[in-house]
Design a protein around this ligand. Structure first.
Ligand SMILES: [Zn+2]
Length: 139
């Protein structure tokens, strides 16, 4: 089980990431709106005195969507990263280190071979001796 302390620490990290991604998304939206507005609205001498460039307005809306997606996806990507990391640390903590490489230990132990026919010998626990299945003899 992930302890509450560690879970809250992860939540705090997520909060920092949420704020960070909100700022990034916010900058995209504000900057896009500002520069888009410069091109979208134009003063003209005759009524209605304001000329709206609708393609620029469309670009502003796209930038809003992009800014929202960046902050939304960034926040969720951070959440997945943090929770995965928390789970990985938990697995590493609960699993004893010696239990992790049993395959490596078995592999590293050299199996003796028969001096006559070179067949890998079998250890017989009952007699505590090595047995060659080809020669049918104990070595
Ligand atoms: Zn043999």
């Amino acid at each position: 089980m992930v302890s509450w302390g560690r879970a809250f620490k992860a939540a705090l990290v997520l909060l920092a990431f949420t704020i960070l991604w909100s700022i990034i998304g916010g900058i995209i939206i504000i900057a896009g709106t500002f520069f888009g507005a410069l091109g979208a609205v134009r003063m003209i001498p005759e009524p209605p005195y304001i000329d709206v460039n609708w393609s620029a307005v469309g670009i502003i809306i796209i930038i809003w969507i992009v800014g929202f997606l960046v902050s939304f996806l960034g926040t969720w990507a951070s959440a997945f990263r943090i929770s995965t990391q928390l789970a990985m640390e938990e697995i590493r903590k609960t699993m004893p280190v010696s239990a992790v490489p049993p395959a490596a230990q078995v592999e590293s132990a050299p199996v003796p071979t028969c001096p006559k026919c070179n067949t890998p010998l079998t250890y017989v626990q009952q007699y505590q001796r090595w047995y060659c299945p080809t020669c049918r003899e104990y070595r």
